[in-house]
Unconditional design. Structure first.
Length: 379
C-alpha cells in the first residue's frame, strides 16, 4: 500500500516541477542582466538585490539541468543552463581560477572574491549536472578539472579535507565537505573514467575518521582546528537535516562505488528519524541526546528527510520507509510548497511562517528530492 502511495506522489512531484516550479523560476527568477535572481518576494514576484551568491547561480543551473533531462521546454532549459555556465566559468572565477562568493548584480562581476569550499562544491556539482544534461560537454568538463586542480593546490588541508575559506577560519566545518562529496559523485557520473571517485573515497574516509566523532557517533557541524572537539555548544549540537543528507549520500556513494553502504548510515538515520514530530516534520537543531534546541523548521530539512527515507526504501524495499517518505512528501506539499512553484522557506517552532522571501537556493533541495523520488519510483 505505501509503495503504491509513494508512486502516486512521484507523479505529483513531476507535475509540480513541470507545471509550476520550472515555469515560475524561468519567468520571474531571471534578471535582465543575465543572472539568476537571489530570491522572489513572498507573493512570487521578482525581488531586487545588490548582490547574488555564486551558489545560487550554481544551484539554478542544476535545476534547469534537471528540467532539460525531464523534457521541459528544451530550448529554454538549454538557454538557462548556458547562462548559468557562462557565469560559473567566466565572471564568477578569480584570476587564479578559484570561484568567488558573490557577484554584483549591476555589473555581473565579483563583489566578494573570497574562495569558499561550500560555494566551490556547488559550482562543481552544477558543472557535472550540466555536463550530464547536455550529453557531454568538453568545455564544462575542462572547467571542472581546472577548479579541482586549484582546489588541490590552494585549499588542501594537512589535517584532512580542505580548508573552508581563504584565508582559513578558526573552525573546521562538515557541511562544505558533505557537498564536495556530492559534487564528486555527480562528476563521476558525468565522467566515470576520471579520478573523481578517488576524491569521493577520501571524503568518505574523512566522514568516518573525523566527522562522526563525539557522543553517539553523530555528525558534528563545527570543529576546532585539527578536527578536534569544539568548545561549548558546538560540541553538543547536531542538525537532523544534515544527518538525513549524509544517509542519502552514503547510500549514493555505495551504489556508485559498488561498496556496501556504510554501517554508520542506519544509526544516524534512526537518530534523525526519532527527532521528527508525529507528522514527520524535521526541526533545525537538536542536542546529541535528542532534545530540541532550535524547533524552527525550514524547507530543506524536509527534503533531506524525504531523500533519506527513499534511500532506505530503495535499499531494503521495506514499506515503513515508503510510508515515512509519503509523510515527508505530504509535509512539503501541504505546508511548504506553493501551487505557483514557490515555497514558504521558514516556520517558527509554533508553526507560524516567518519567511519574508523565497530564496532561489531552496529550489535545488526540492528539485533533487523530487527527481530522486521519481527515479526510484520509475515515474
Amino acid at each position: 500500500m505505501s509503495k503504491s502511495a509513494l508512486k502516486r506522489r512521484a507523479h505529483e512531484a513531476r507535475h509540480w516541477l513541470m507545471d509550476a516550479c520550472f515555469p515560475l523560476w524561468s519567468e520571474r527568477g531571471v534578471a535582465d542582466h543575465g543572472l539568476f535572481r537571489e530570491s522572489l518576494s513572498i507573493d512570487h514576484q521578482p525581488a531586487a538585490s545588490d548582490t547574488t551568491r555564486l551558489r545560487v547561480q550554481a544551484r539554478q543551473t542544476y535545476v534547469f539541468s534537471e528540467a532539460l533531462r525531464m523534457g521541459w521546454k528544451p530550448d529554454t532549459a538549454r538557454d538557462l543552463i548556458g547562462m548559468g555556465l557562462g557565469t560559473l566559468t567566466g565572471p564568477g572565477l578569480r584570476a587564479d581560477g578559484l570561484p568567488g562568493r558573490t557577484l554584483d548584480t549591476a555589473t555581473g562581476q565579483l563583489a566578494d572574491d573570497t574562495p569558499d569550499l561550500y560555494d566551490t562544491a556547488f559550482i562543481l556539482f552544477a558543472l557535472a549536472e550540466a555536463d550530464r544534461a547536455l550529453g557531454g560537454d568538453a568545455d564544462t568538463r575542462a572547467a571542472a578539472h581546472s577548479i579541482l586542480s586549484r582546489l588541490d593546490t590552494a585549499l588542501r588541508s594537512p589535517d584532512g579535507g580542505y580548508v573552508e575559506t581563504l584565508p582559513p577560519g578558526p573552525q573546521r566545518h562538515q557541511n562544505p565537505h558533505m557537498h564536495l562529496l556530492e559534487a564528486c559523485l555527480s562528476l563521476h557520473q558525468a565522467e566515470p573514467d576520471a579520478s573523481h571517485m578517488v576524491r569521493a573515497d577520501e571524503l568518505v574516509a574523512l566522514f568516518h575518521d573525523r566527522l562522526i566523532a563525539g557522543e553517539g557517533g553523530l555528525v558534528g557541524e563545527h570543529f576546532a582546528p585539527g578536527w578536534a572537539t569544539p568548545p561549548g555548544r558546538d560540541a553538543e549540537i547536531v542538525e537532523p537535516g544534515h544527518l538525513f543528507e549524509w544517509v542519502w549520500l552514503l547510500h549514493a556513494y555505495a551504489r556508485l562505488s559498488g561498496k556496501p553502504a556504510s554501517a554508520a548510515a542506519r544509526p544516524i538515520y534512526d537518530f534523525a528519524r526519532a527527532t521528527l514530530d508525529p507528522e514527520g516534520r524535521a526541526v533545525q537543531e537538536v542536542s546529541r541526546s535528542g532534545a530540541i534546541e532550535d524547533g524552527s523548521r525550514r524547507t530543506w530539512p524536509q527534503t533531506e528527510a524525504l531523500k533519506a527515507h527513499i534511500a532506505l526504501f530503495e535499499a531494503t524495499g521495506e514499506e515503513t520507509y515508503a510510508a515515512a517518505a509519503c509523510r515527508s512528501f505530504d509535509v512539503l506539499m501541504d505546508e511548504y510548497l506553493t501551487p505557483e512553484g514557490g515555497w514558504i522557506e521558514h516556520y517558527d517552532a509554533d508553526g507560524k511562517p516567518i519567511a519574508t522571501a523565497m530564496p532561489a537556493s531552496t529550489g535545488y533541495h526540492v528539485t533533487l528530492a523530487f527527481t530522486h523520488l521519481m527515479q526510484v519510483m520509475k515515474d
